[in-house]
Design a protein around this ligand. Structure first.
Ligand code: ADP
Ligand code: ZN
Ligand code: ZN
Length: 755
């Protein structure tokens, strides 16, 4: 009998796969099944990649091979039906390759925590039902058991899964007691794929002609892969298009995956889907208990869930009958994972749609330049919604020139006047400032000293609540508010600039008779506080909503008629070439909060650069024209999306060591290029040839010191994605073993979204 070798992807930061021997008499697991294996001194849960019989042609007995190569045995095969089905496994293998991240970790991260820890999927499919000849008469003395029995009695002989019963308030202990008394019985059953027919809970709205055209176009590509960019301002009725686009998919018994930005997963979003369809709708996001997450995952995995709504990582959820993928706010940065496995959910979704032959619908009021570029190349179907759905009109945007204007904590007189007018008319105002705290800088009036974070290249923010302190928003460092300047002993320390807390104070001073509702991380950290804020915002009557980014996305404030953007200049002055795009997206996102009701809204933007051509293009000609100009700039500067980029990030407590590692990495990369040139006879190393390979660095990161470590970058850009990946593939795993790598945290960021 020959030994079976099982190749396993183990969740460790290594690029290798590992061979294990299958114990004799054990059934052979297929790819995608979990196994428990010894690894060093630990036991880990890995995923089977393939199995092969070990053939002992080299005159070696199986046994001696296994001992010689120190092959260890698998401890347990957890299941024989793949927990990662073939299509999902292929997607994850592709993603691990494309993002050059260790496969074992990628696979492990794609599973809900409980499965990652080795729990059997069957654990949650214990069913309970009332025993055939149960006599419940004597239960009257035990209310708990009575209640449990009654709940179970609502179900027929097919019983109910324990997980559902627990959600209904049943305690496991009561079930066990009832079982002892012979009143109920339990049985294990794989959760069957029960096809719920999906019904409309509510009639679709009568689509306007643009919406109808978009819906028809999407329906025409169902059943095959097609990327579609649905481009329409906030309030133009994109969500209605999603709902109508998915209807025939659901009616055909297929599943729909809806991805939303982290901040956009609001009860409002979910409710719109629930209000339209009688269907099993599950959610997947990081703010769920492990059990709830596993149940939702399982519903998707078995095909039981009709609609899966989730954040970034939901893109990897197995769905056997996937018929449509929708990505709302496709430009949102939260789709890109910013640490460890740095994938972009939009790009993974496009690949997934291609593999599973279904359309991928990308919706946005302000599409990413990447998607607009793909649309221009006809790789995405470009659909537009230019009208506001219903009767509302889009808000008008005006600039307030801040030069030579008196300001009070960042608020100019014209802005204060405009706010007063709206409040007097009993309307709501939204004031947006993407900076929390009281003041961003503490400045000594005598010598110019500023309070800086000892661990970062950054100023400390002044906070007065819940207590007075200085706070670093980059690393979390906190210290007491000094009473005198550490440099010159002056006591004239002046909080400079304004954060939301200070604006709140200023606004209270001006409008003492109106409610002011502040929304930022400091005010919404308590559970449930967001709901309260939201309820207040939905009441009619004059009020000021004041807040950061948290206010900008996903939420509807029907009574807001004026949106004031306090500061946009930072976004147009940043070193990151993507900053203007982000600022434009943010402006329009915030602007989209205004005038959703019947009254026309107005947007006022304060700036010290009222002649900034990009800003003028944006407000006069709209995002489309703005994006065209940005794309032209990117093209002439040879930047993404016209170049494919990878960013090597390295950090360590020692700036020289960080740099030494990056230099060694560049050196090795250049050797790889030379080798490639010798092998192919193709010259690729100059920026001006058609391959346009450029290596920038090592350069310090924009904030070089952060949380006590020194961070450096190398940026590699290339006109050809394939060539770039071809060069990286052997090179990056080898960088793990460079001597200079010791003590350095390094990562590779493919298609980086942030510098
Ligand atoms: P978006 O998702 O683009 O922000 P929504 O789909 O939320 O836009 O639509 C904005 C508002 O217009 C919602 O209140 C929605 O109910 C309404 N609406 C959308 N489409 C129509 C339509 N065809 N007829 C009437 N009202 C519509
Ligand atoms: Zn001083
Ligand atoms: Zn800091």
């Amino acid at each position: 009998m020959s030994t079976i070798l099982v190749q396993v992807a183990v969740p460790v930061p290594l690029f290798e796969l590992f061979d294990y021997a299958l114990p004799a008499d054990t059934q052979v697991p297929t790819a995608g099944c979990r196994v428990r294996v010894p690894f060093g001194s630990r036991e880990l849960i890995g995923i089977v990649m393939q199995t092969r019989p070990f053939n002992s042609e080299e005159n070696e007995t199986d046994e001696s091979f296994v001992t010689e190569h120190k092959i260890k045995s698998i401890l347990e095969v957890i299941e024989f039906k793949p927990i990662i089905p073939a299509t999902t496994l292929d997607l994850l293998i592709w993603a691990a390759g494309y993002y050059h991240y260790p496969l074992g970790e990628v696979l492990s991260a794609a599973l809900p925590a409980l499965l990652r820890q080795g729990r059997h999927l069957d654990l949650l499919t214990q069913y309970w039902r009332v025993a055939p000849d149960a006599n419940s008469a004597e239960l009257s003395r035990s209310p708990k058991q009575r209640k449990t029995f009654d709940i179970l009695n609502l179900h027929d002989q097919r019983g109910a899964p324990e997980s559902i019963l627990i959600l209904m308030g049943v305690e496991r202990a009561s079930l066990l007691l009832l079982e002892k008394r012979g009143l109920v019985e339990s049985f294990m059953q794989p959760r069957e794929l029960i096809k719920h027919p999906v019904n409309l809970a509510h009639m679709p709205l009568l689509a306007n002609p643009e919406q109808q055209y978009a819906i028809d176009q999407i329906h025409a590509v169902l059943g095959r892969f097609q990327g579609v960019l649905l481009n329409g301002l906030t309030g133009s009725g994109k969500t209605e298009v999603y709902l109508q686009a998915m209807q025939p998919v659901l009616e055909a018994g297929q599943q729909v995956l809806v991805l939303v930005p982290e901040i956009g997963l609001t009860p409002q979003t979910i409710n719109r889907f629930k209000a339209r369809f009688h269907a099993e709708i599950v959610m997947l996001h990081s703010n769920m208990s492990d059990v709830a997450r596993l149940q939702a995952w399982q519903a998707a995995y078995t095909g039981h869930a009709n609609i899966v709504i989730g954040t970034r990582s939901a893109v990897f959820t197995p769905m056997p009958h996937l018929g449509l993928i929708i990505i709302d706010e496709e430009h949102d940065l939260s789709y890109k994972q910013q640490d460890t496995f740095r994938y972009h959910a939009r790009d993974v979704a496009l690949k997934r749609g291609f593999d599973q032959k279904c359309p991928v619908l990308l919706g946005s009021a302000t599409p990413s330049l990447e998607s607009l570029h793909l649309a221009a190349e006809k790789k995405l179907l470009h659909l537009h919604l230019n009208e506001r759905a219903g009767n509302a009109e889009f808000a008008r945007i005006h600039l307030i020139d801040l030069r030579n204007k008196k300001r009070e904590n960042g608020l100019s007189q014209p802005l204060l006047d405009a706010i007063a007018t709206r409040l007097k008319a009993d309307e709501q105002v939204l004031v947006f400032l993407n900076r929390r705290g009281f003041a961003p800088v503490l400045l000594c009036d005598a010598c110019g000293w500023q309070a800086d974070c000892p661990r970062c290249d950054a100023h400390l923010t002044v906070h007065y609540t819940p207590r007075q302190h200085l706070h670093c928003h980059h690393c979390g460092y906190q210290s007491r508010l000094p009473t005198e300047c550490p440099a010159c002993k002056s006591v004239n320390l002046i909080p400079t600039g304004a954060g939301t807390a200070r604006l709140e104070e200023t606004l209270i001073g001006h409008f003492p008779d109106h409610p002011i509702i502040r929304v930022d991380r400091d005010t919404t950290s308590r559970v449930g506080s967001w709901d309260k804020i939201y309820q207040r915002a939905n009441q009619t009557g004059a009020a000021i909503l004041l807040g950061t980014q948290m206010l900008a996305k996903g939420h509807h404030f029907p009574n807001v008629t004026l949106v004031a953007i306090v500061d946009v200049d930072g976004g147009f002055l940043s070193v990151d070439f993507r900053a203007p795009e982000r600022m434009a997206q943010l402006i329009l996102q915030v602007a989209g909060r205004a005038g959703r009701g019947t009254k026309t809204g107005q947007v006022l933007i304060q700036t010290r650069y009222p002649e900034n051509p990009l800003l003028l293009t944006l407000i006069r000609q709209g995002y489309g024209q703005f994006a065209q100009e940005m794309l032209q700039d990117r093209k002439s500067a040879r930047l993404p999306p016209y170049r494919h980029a990878v960013l090597i990030r390295a950090e360590s407590p020692n700036a020289e060591k960080t740099e030494a590692f990056l230099k060694a990495a560049i050196h090795a990369f250049k050797m790889g290029i030379e080798e490639y040139q010798q092998q192919t006879g193709q010259m690729i190393s100059t920026p001006h040839d058609p391959n346009g390979l450029e290596i920038w660095g090592p350069i310090p990161a924009p904030m070089e010191k952060r949380a006590g470590v020194f961070r450096g970058h190398v940026l590699i850009q290339c006109a050809h994605r394939r060539l770039l990946h071809h060069l990286i593939e052997p090179w990056w795993p080898a960088m793990m073993h460079l001597p200079e790598r010791r003590g350095i945290r390094a990562s590779l960021d493919v298609d980086p979204m942030e510098l």
